[in-house]
Design a protein around this ligand. Structure first.
Ligand code: SF4
Ligand code: SF4
Ligand code: SF4
Length: 406
Protein backbone atom coordinates (compact mmCIF):
# COMPACT_ATOMS: atom_id res chain seq x y z
CA UNK A 1 0.00 0.00 0.00
CA UNK A 2 0.94 3.66 -0.30
CA UNK A 3 3.73 4.51 2.13
CA UNK A 4 5.37 1.06 2.05
CA UNK A 5 9.17 1.10 2.18
CA UNK A 6 11.66 -1.46 0.93
CA UNK A 7 15.34 -2.08 0.49
CA UNK A 8 15.50 -3.61 -2.98
CA UNK A 9 17.89 -5.08 -5.52
CA UNK A 10 17.58 -6.48 -9.04
CA UNK A 11 17.03 -10.22 -9.34
CA UNK A 12 18.71 -10.33 -12.76
CA UNK A 13 22.51 -10.75 -12.40
CA UNK A 14 23.34 -8.80 -15.57
CA UNK A 15 21.26 -5.79 -14.46
CA UNK A 16 22.73 -6.04 -10.97
CA UNK A 17 26.21 -5.77 -12.52
CA UNK A 18 25.46 -2.95 -14.95
CA UNK A 19 22.94 -0.86 -13.02
CA UNK A 20 23.67 1.47 -10.10
CA UNK A 21 22.50 0.83 -6.54
CA UNK A 22 21.41 -2.71 -7.24
CA UNK A 23 19.93 -1.97 -10.70
CA UNK A 24 16.44 -1.52 -9.25
CA UNK A 25 15.19 1.27 -11.54
CA UNK A 26 16.44 -0.55 -14.65
CA UNK A 27 14.74 -3.76 -13.47
CA UNK A 28 11.45 -1.98 -12.81
CA UNK A 29 11.46 -0.36 -16.25
CA UNK A 30 12.17 -3.69 -17.91
CA UNK A 31 9.43 -5.35 -15.88
CA UNK A 32 6.93 -2.59 -16.79
CA UNK A 33 7.53 -3.32 -20.49
CA UNK A 34 7.70 -7.12 -20.22
CA UNK A 35 4.51 -7.31 -18.18
CA UNK A 36 2.84 -4.96 -20.70
CA UNK A 37 1.84 -2.55 -17.96
CA UNK A 38 3.15 0.18 -20.24
CA UNK A 39 3.60 0.61 -23.99
CA UNK A 40 6.90 2.43 -23.63
CA UNK A 41 9.44 3.79 -21.20
CA UNK A 42 10.77 7.37 -21.15
CA UNK A 43 14.25 7.58 -19.63
CA UNK A 44 17.60 9.26 -20.26
CA UNK A 45 20.77 7.78 -21.69
CA UNK A 46 24.20 9.23 -22.39
CA UNK A 47 24.98 10.21 -25.96
CA UNK A 48 27.56 7.76 -27.33
CA UNK A 49 30.79 8.27 -25.36
CA UNK A 50 29.62 11.53 -23.74
CA UNK A 51 28.06 11.29 -20.28
CA UNK A 52 27.74 15.10 -20.15
CA UNK A 53 25.05 14.96 -22.80
CA UNK A 54 22.02 13.01 -21.61
CA UNK A 55 19.31 12.44 -24.19
CA UNK A 56 15.75 11.40 -23.44
CA UNK A 57 14.72 8.16 -25.15
CA UNK A 58 11.44 6.37 -25.78
CA UNK A 59 11.98 2.63 -25.40
CA UNK A 60 9.57 -0.12 -26.36
CA UNK A 61 11.90 -3.16 -26.28
CA UNK A 62 12.67 -4.45 -22.76
CA UNK A 63 16.33 -5.33 -23.55
CA UNK A 64 17.07 -1.74 -24.59
CA UNK A 65 16.25 -0.44 -21.11
CA UNK A 66 19.77 -1.48 -20.06
CA UNK A 67 21.11 1.39 -22.20
CA UNK A 68 19.68 3.81 -19.63
CA UNK A 69 21.30 2.14 -16.58
CA UNK A 70 23.24 4.47 -14.26
CA UNK A 71 22.75 8.10 -13.23
CA UNK A 72 23.84 11.08 -15.29
CA UNK A 73 24.45 14.10 -13.07
CA UNK A 74 25.18 16.53 -15.91
CA UNK A 75 21.88 16.13 -17.63
CA UNK A 76 18.52 17.73 -16.93
CA UNK A 77 16.29 17.11 -19.93
CA UNK A 78 12.90 18.77 -19.97
CA UNK A 79 10.83 15.61 -19.42
CA UNK A 80 7.45 17.30 -18.81
CA UNK A 81 7.78 19.43 -21.94
CA UNK A 82 8.82 16.34 -23.91
CA UNK A 83 5.61 14.58 -22.87
CA UNK A 84 3.40 17.47 -23.97
CA UNK A 85 5.29 18.42 -27.15
CA UNK A 86 6.06 15.00 -28.58
CA UNK A 87 3.92 12.40 -26.83
CA UNK A 88 0.50 14.12 -26.79
CA UNK A 89 0.62 14.39 -23.01
CA UNK A 90 0.44 10.57 -22.78
CA UNK A 91 -3.10 10.68 -24.14
CA UNK A 92 -2.57 7.61 -26.36
CA UNK A 93 0.30 5.70 -24.79
CA UNK A 94 0.81 4.15 -21.39
CA UNK A 95 4.26 5.24 -20.25
CA UNK A 96 6.68 4.54 -17.40
CA UNK A 97 8.65 7.76 -16.97
CA UNK A 98 11.83 8.21 -14.94
CA UNK A 99 11.62 11.57 -13.19
CA UNK A 100 13.47 13.85 -10.84
CA UNK A 101 11.28 15.69 -8.32
CA UNK A 102 11.07 18.83 -10.50
CA UNK A 103 10.04 16.73 -13.54
CA UNK A 104 7.31 15.04 -11.53
CA UNK A 105 6.08 18.35 -10.15
CA UNK A 106 5.89 19.88 -13.64
CA UNK A 107 3.98 16.81 -14.87
CA UNK A 108 1.49 17.19 -12.02
CA UNK A 109 0.98 20.90 -12.74
CA UNK A 110 0.36 20.05 -16.39
CA UNK A 111 -2.08 17.31 -15.43
CA UNK A 112 -4.09 19.92 -13.52
CA UNK A 113 -4.23 21.92 -16.75
CA UNK A 114 -5.40 18.82 -18.69
CA UNK A 115 -2.18 18.80 -20.74
CA UNK A 116 -1.01 15.41 -19.44
CA UNK A 117 -3.03 12.29 -18.69
CA UNK A 118 -1.69 11.03 -15.36
CA UNK A 119 -3.80 7.86 -15.64
CA UNK A 120 -1.50 6.71 -18.44
CA UNK A 121 1.70 7.42 -16.54
CA UNK A 122 3.73 5.47 -14.03
CA UNK A 123 6.13 7.99 -12.48
CA UNK A 124 9.31 6.33 -11.25
CA UNK A 125 10.98 9.03 -9.18
CA UNK A 126 14.66 9.36 -8.37
CA UNK A 127 16.00 11.20 -5.34
CA UNK A 128 17.86 14.29 -6.46
CA UNK A 129 20.13 16.79 -4.76
CA UNK A 130 21.11 18.55 -7.94
CA UNK A 131 22.33 18.35 -11.49
CA UNK A 132 25.48 19.95 -12.91
CA UNK A 133 25.47 22.27 -15.93
CA UNK A 134 27.17 20.10 -18.56
CA UNK A 135 29.62 22.58 -20.12
CA UNK A 136 30.79 23.84 -16.71
CA UNK A 137 30.99 20.25 -15.46
CA UNK A 138 33.49 19.40 -18.20
CA UNK A 139 35.56 22.49 -17.36
CA UNK A 140 35.40 21.57 -13.67
CA UNK A 141 36.74 18.08 -14.43
CA UNK A 142 39.72 19.63 -16.22
CA UNK A 143 40.41 22.65 -14.01
CA UNK A 144 39.54 21.42 -10.52
CA UNK A 145 39.64 17.61 -10.58
CA UNK A 146 42.51 17.73 -13.13
CA UNK A 147 41.19 14.79 -15.14
CA UNK A 148 40.19 14.28 -18.75
CA UNK A 149 36.35 14.62 -18.73
CA UNK A 150 36.16 11.55 -21.00
CA UNK A 151 37.80 9.47 -18.23
CA UNK A 152 34.89 10.08 -15.82
CA UNK A 153 32.42 7.19 -15.59
CA UNK A 154 30.38 8.28 -12.56
CA UNK A 155 29.51 11.14 -10.24
CA UNK A 156 27.93 11.16 -6.81
CA UNK A 157 26.79 13.87 -4.42
CA UNK A 158 26.70 12.84 -0.77
CA UNK A 159 27.20 14.77 2.48
CA UNK A 160 28.10 17.92 0.56
CA UNK A 161 30.93 16.16 -1.30
CA UNK A 162 31.10 15.61 -5.07
CA UNK A 163 32.83 12.31 -5.85
CA UNK A 164 33.81 11.31 -9.35
CA UNK A 165 34.77 7.81 -10.47
CA UNK A 166 37.29 7.29 -13.26
CA UNK A 167 37.58 4.50 -15.81
CA UNK A 168 40.36 2.81 -13.81
CA UNK A 169 38.01 2.58 -10.78
CA UNK A 170 39.76 5.30 -8.77
CA UNK A 171 37.81 8.14 -7.13
CA UNK A 172 38.41 11.85 -6.61
CA UNK A 173 36.50 14.05 -4.18
CA UNK A 174 35.92 17.79 -3.79
CA UNK A 175 33.94 19.77 -1.26
CA UNK A 176 30.70 20.79 -2.99
CA UNK A 177 30.31 24.11 -1.13
CA UNK A 178 33.85 25.09 -2.12
CA UNK A 179 33.18 24.15 -5.76
CA UNK A 180 30.01 26.22 -5.76
CA UNK A 181 31.79 29.23 -4.29
CA UNK A 182 34.18 28.89 -7.25
CA UNK A 183 31.27 28.94 -9.72
CA UNK A 184 31.14 25.18 -10.35
CA UNK A 185 28.95 22.48 -8.85
CA UNK A 186 25.18 22.32 -9.25
CA UNK A 187 22.83 24.47 -11.32
CA UNK A 188 21.73 27.54 -9.37
CA UNK A 189 18.07 26.45 -9.12
CA UNK A 190 19.21 23.05 -7.81
CA UNK A 191 21.13 24.72 -4.99
CA UNK A 192 17.87 26.31 -3.81
CA UNK A 193 15.79 23.15 -4.30
CA UNK A 194 14.27 21.68 -1.11
CA UNK A 195 12.41 18.77 -2.70
CA UNK A 196 14.88 15.91 -2.84
CA UNK A 197 12.67 12.84 -2.50
CA UNK A 198 10.02 12.56 -5.25
CA UNK A 199 7.07 11.79 -2.98
CA UNK A 200 4.69 13.23 -5.61
CA UNK A 201 5.68 10.43 -8.06
CA UNK A 202 4.24 6.89 -7.87
CA UNK A 203 7.41 5.51 -6.34
CA UNK A 204 10.50 7.23 -4.94
CA UNK A 205 13.86 5.48 -5.39
CA UNK A 206 17.21 6.47 -3.99
CA UNK A 207 20.31 5.42 -2.12
CA UNK A 208 19.54 7.28 1.12
CA UNK A 209 18.78 4.74 3.84
CA UNK A 210 20.88 2.00 2.24
CA UNK A 211 24.14 0.75 3.67
CA UNK A 212 25.84 -0.43 0.49
CA UNK A 213 26.04 0.37 -3.21
CA UNK A 214 24.08 -2.75 -4.21
CA UNK A 215 20.64 -1.71 -3.00
CA UNK A 216 18.00 1.01 -3.46
CA UNK A 217 15.55 2.38 -0.92
CA UNK A 218 12.01 2.44 -2.35
CA UNK A 219 8.99 4.27 -0.99
CA UNK A 220 5.60 3.71 -2.62
CA UNK A 221 3.91 7.11 -2.90
CA UNK A 222 0.58 6.15 -4.53
CA UNK A 223 -1.65 3.09 -4.67
CA UNK A 224 -0.63 2.69 -8.33
CA UNK A 225 3.03 2.68 -7.28
CA UNK A 226 2.37 0.23 -4.45
CA UNK A 227 0.57 -2.23 -6.75
CA UNK A 228 3.35 -1.97 -9.31
CA UNK A 229 6.07 -2.75 -6.76
CA UNK A 230 4.05 -5.66 -5.39
CA UNK A 231 3.69 -7.15 -8.87
CA UNK A 232 7.42 -6.58 -9.57
CA UNK A 233 8.24 -8.52 -6.39
CA UNK A 234 5.68 -11.26 -7.19
CA UNK A 235 7.02 -11.43 -10.76
CA UNK A 236 10.56 -12.07 -9.47
CA UNK A 237 11.99 -8.85 -10.95
CA UNK A 238 13.36 -7.43 -7.70
CA UNK A 239 14.03 -8.87 -4.26
CA UNK A 240 13.08 -6.75 -1.27
CA UNK A 241 13.46 -6.60 2.47
CA UNK A 242 11.99 -4.31 5.06
CA UNK A 243 14.22 -1.35 5.93
CA UNK A 244 15.35 -1.07 9.54
CA UNK A 245 14.33 1.90 11.67
CA UNK A 246 17.94 3.08 11.40
CA UNK A 247 17.69 3.04 7.58
CA UNK A 248 14.45 5.02 7.62
CA UNK A 249 15.92 7.55 10.03
CA UNK A 250 19.13 7.83 8.03
CA UNK A 251 17.09 8.63 4.90
CA UNK A 252 15.13 11.29 6.79
CA UNK A 253 18.33 12.76 8.22
CA UNK A 254 19.98 13.02 4.79
CA UNK A 255 16.86 14.64 3.34
CA UNK A 256 16.77 17.15 6.20
CA UNK A 257 20.46 17.99 5.74
CA UNK A 258 19.87 18.64 2.01
CA UNK A 259 16.87 20.85 2.83
CA UNK A 260 18.97 22.86 5.30
CA UNK A 261 21.66 23.33 2.68
CA UNK A 262 19.05 24.54 0.16
CA UNK A 263 17.75 27.04 2.70
CA UNK A 264 21.26 28.36 3.23
CA UNK A 265 21.55 28.91 -0.53
CA UNK A 266 18.18 30.65 -0.59
CA UNK A 267 19.38 32.99 2.19
CA UNK A 268 22.54 33.70 0.20
CA UNK A 269 20.65 34.28 -3.06
CA UNK A 270 18.04 36.53 -1.49
CA UNK A 271 20.03 38.41 1.16
CA UNK A 272 21.21 41.14 -1.24
CA UNK A 273 17.64 41.67 -2.48
CA UNK A 274 16.18 41.75 1.02
CA UNK A 275 18.52 44.58 1.96
CA UNK A 276 17.37 46.76 -0.96
CA UNK A 277 14.59 49.32 -0.74
CA UNK A 278 11.52 48.73 -2.91
CA UNK A 279 12.80 51.29 -5.45
CA UNK A 280 16.24 49.65 -5.55
CA UNK A 281 14.66 46.25 -6.06
CA UNK A 282 12.58 47.50 -8.98
CA UNK A 283 15.67 49.13 -10.57
CA UNK A 284 17.61 45.90 -10.03
CA UNK A 285 15.03 43.71 -11.75
CA UNK A 286 14.33 46.16 -14.56
CA UNK A 287 18.09 46.28 -15.26
CA UNK A 288 18.05 42.46 -15.46
CA UNK A 289 15.02 42.48 -17.76
CA UNK A 290 16.80 45.11 -19.87
CA UNK A 291 19.27 42.43 -20.99
CA UNK A 292 16.48 40.33 -22.53
CA UNK A 293 16.56 39.96 -26.31
CA UNK A 294 13.04 38.51 -26.52
CA UNK A 295 14.21 35.21 -27.97
CA UNK A 296 11.22 33.45 -26.32
CA UNK A 297 13.58 30.71 -25.13
CA UNK A 298 12.40 30.85 -21.51
CA UNK A 299 8.76 30.69 -22.55
CA UNK A 300 9.36 27.80 -24.93
CA UNK A 301 11.33 25.84 -22.32
CA UNK A 302 9.07 26.45 -19.32
CA UNK A 303 6.86 23.41 -18.73
CA UNK A 304 4.29 25.60 -16.99
CA UNK A 305 3.96 27.97 -20.02
CA UNK A 306 1.56 25.70 -21.85
CA UNK A 307 -0.71 28.16 -23.78
CA UNK A 308 -0.87 27.35 -27.48
CA UNK A 309 -1.83 30.95 -28.31
CA UNK A 310 0.59 33.06 -26.25
CA UNK A 311 -0.36 36.63 -25.34
CA UNK A 312 3.26 37.70 -25.90
CA UNK A 313 3.39 36.78 -29.60
CA UNK A 314 3.90 39.82 -31.83
CA UNK A 315 0.64 39.28 -33.72
CA UNK A 316 -1.37 39.63 -30.51
CA UNK A 317 -0.32 43.31 -30.47
CA UNK A 318 0.39 43.41 -26.74
CA UNK A 319 4.18 43.68 -27.10
CA UNK A 320 5.70 45.71 -29.95
CA UNK A 321 7.24 43.36 -32.53
CA UNK A 322 11.00 43.63 -33.08
CA UNK A 323 11.60 45.99 -30.17
CA UNK A 324 14.86 45.19 -28.34
CA UNK A 325 15.13 45.33 -25.41
CA UNK A 326 11.47 44.42 -25.18
CA UNK A 327 9.00 46.40 -23.16
CA UNK A 328 9.33 45.46 -19.49
CA UNK A 329 5.85 43.95 -19.72
CA UNK A 330 7.33 41.07 -21.73
CA UNK A 331 9.17 39.40 -18.83
CA UNK A 332 6.62 40.71 -16.34
CA UNK A 333 3.71 38.98 -18.08
CA UNK A 334 5.60 35.71 -18.31
CA UNK A 335 6.62 35.85 -14.69
CA UNK A 336 3.06 36.69 -13.61
CA UNK A 337 1.70 33.77 -15.65
CA UNK A 338 3.89 31.13 -14.02
CA UNK A 339 4.75 32.41 -10.55
CA UNK A 340 2.03 30.56 -8.66
CA UNK A 341 3.01 27.24 -10.26
CA UNK A 342 6.77 27.44 -10.86
CA UNK A 343 8.42 24.13 -9.96
CA UNK A 344 11.96 25.56 -9.87
CA UNK A 345 13.15 23.28 -12.69
CA UNK A 346 15.57 25.94 -13.98
CA UNK A 347 14.84 25.14 -17.64
CA UNK A 348 14.17 28.86 -18.33
CA UNK A 349 17.56 29.93 -17.05
CA UNK A 350 19.35 27.03 -18.73
CA UNK A 351 18.26 28.30 -22.14
CA UNK A 352 18.62 32.05 -21.54
CA UNK A 353 21.49 33.31 -23.69
CA UNK A 354 21.54 36.63 -21.82
CA UNK A 355 21.85 35.17 -18.30
CA UNK A 356 18.68 36.83 -17.05
CA UNK A 357 18.11 35.26 -13.60
CA UNK A 358 14.49 34.38 -14.34
CA UNK A 359 14.20 31.26 -12.21
CA UNK A 360 15.58 33.17 -9.21
CA UNK A 361 12.86 35.80 -9.52
CA UNK A 362 10.06 33.30 -10.12
CA UNK A 363 11.29 31.15 -7.22
CA UNK A 364 11.30 34.19 -4.93
CA UNK A 365 7.77 35.19 -5.93
CA UNK A 366 6.56 31.62 -5.70
CA UNK A 367 7.93 31.31 -2.16
CA UNK A 368 6.01 34.41 -1.11
CA UNK A 369 2.82 33.15 -2.75
CA UNK A 370 3.26 29.68 -1.25
CA UNK A 371 3.55 31.23 2.21
CA UNK A 372 0.33 33.17 1.73
CA UNK A 373 -1.77 30.46 0.07
CA UNK A 374 -0.09 27.38 1.54
CA UNK A 375 0.18 26.00 -1.98
CA UNK A 376 3.23 24.03 -3.08
CA UNK A 377 3.25 23.53 -6.87
CA UNK A 378 3.38 20.00 -8.20
CA UNK A 379 2.95 18.21 -4.90
CA UNK A 380 -0.72 17.22 -5.07
CA UNK A 381 -2.77 16.83 -8.24
CA UNK A 382 -6.02 17.56 -6.39
CA UNK A 383 -4.94 21.07 -5.31
CA UNK A 384 -5.39 23.82 -7.89
CA UNK A 385 -3.07 26.85 -8.16
CA UNK A 386 -4.19 29.83 -6.05
CA UNK A 387 -4.64 32.24 -8.96
CA UNK A 388 -7.20 29.83 -10.42
CA UNK A 389 -9.18 29.32 -7.29
CA UNK A 390 -9.20 32.59 -5.35
CA UNK A 391 -11.51 35.44 -6.32
CA UNK A 392 -11.05 39.11 -5.33
CA UNK A 393 -14.21 38.81 -3.27
CA UNK A 394 -12.83 35.83 -1.35
CA UNK A 395 -9.59 37.66 -0.67
CA UNK A 396 -11.48 40.64 0.72
CA UNK A 397 -13.53 38.34 2.94
CA UNK A 398 -10.48 36.52 4.31
CA UNK A 399 -8.52 39.73 4.74
CA UNK A 400 -5.44 38.10 3.14
CA UNK A 401 -2.97 40.71 1.94
CA UNK A 402 -1.44 39.52 -1.33
CA UNK A 403 0.76 42.56 -1.92
CA UNK A 404 4.47 41.84 -1.84
CA UNK A 405 7.68 43.23 -3.28
CA UNK A 406 10.02 41.49 -5.64
S1 SF4 B 1 15.55 21.43 -9.26
FE1 SF4 B 1 15.66 19.94 -7.58
S2 SF4 B 1 14.77 18.07 -8.40
FE2 SF4 B 1 15.23 19.38 -10.15
S3 SF4 B 1 17.26 18.73 -10.85
FE3 SF4 B 1 17.56 20.41 -9.40
S4 SF4 B 1 17.82 19.47 -7.37
FE4 SF4 B 1 16.98 17.93 -8.77
S1 SF4 C 1 9.63 29.59 -14.59
FE1 SF4 C 1 11.59 28.57 -15.01
S2 SF4 C 1 12.03 27.45 -13.13
FE2 SF4 C 1 9.84 27.96 -13.07
S3 SF4 C 1 8.76 26.21 -13.97
FE3 SF4 C 1 9.16 27.66 -15.65
S4 SF4 C 1 11.13 26.99 -16.53
FE4 SF4 C 1 10.94 26.01 -14.52
S1 SF4 D 1 15.42 33.35 -22.61
FE1 SF4 D 1 16.36 35.22 -21.76
S2 SF4 D 1 16.72 36.54 -23.54
FE2 SF4 D 1 15.28 34.95 -24.20
S3 SF4 D 1 13.24 35.84 -23.85
FE3 SF4 D 1 13.75 34.73 -21.98
S4 SF4 D 1 14.73 36.24 -20.64
FE4 SF4 D 1 14.72 37.10 -22.70
Amino acid sequence: MKGDMYIARAADKDILKRGENGGVVTSLLKFALESKRVDAVVAVKAREGNRYDGIPVLITEPEKVLETAGSLHSSSPNIARLLTEYLDGASNLKLAVVVKPCDARAIIELAKRTQINLDNLLLIGLNCTGTLPSVKAKTMMKEIFEVDPAEVVGEDIEDNVLTITLKDGSEKKEDLAKLEEQGYGRRENCRRCEINIPVMADIACGKWGTTNKETTFIETCSEKGAQFIQSAVDGGCITVEEPSTASINDRKKKDQAAIELAKQWQDKDFSGLEKMSTEERFSHWFAQFGQCIKCYGCRDACPICYCKDCFLEADRGYITPGEIPPDVMFPMVRVAHVMDSCVNCGQCEDVCTMDVPISLLVFLLNKKMSDIFKYEPGMDVTKLPPLRTTTDQELKLTGVDISFDF
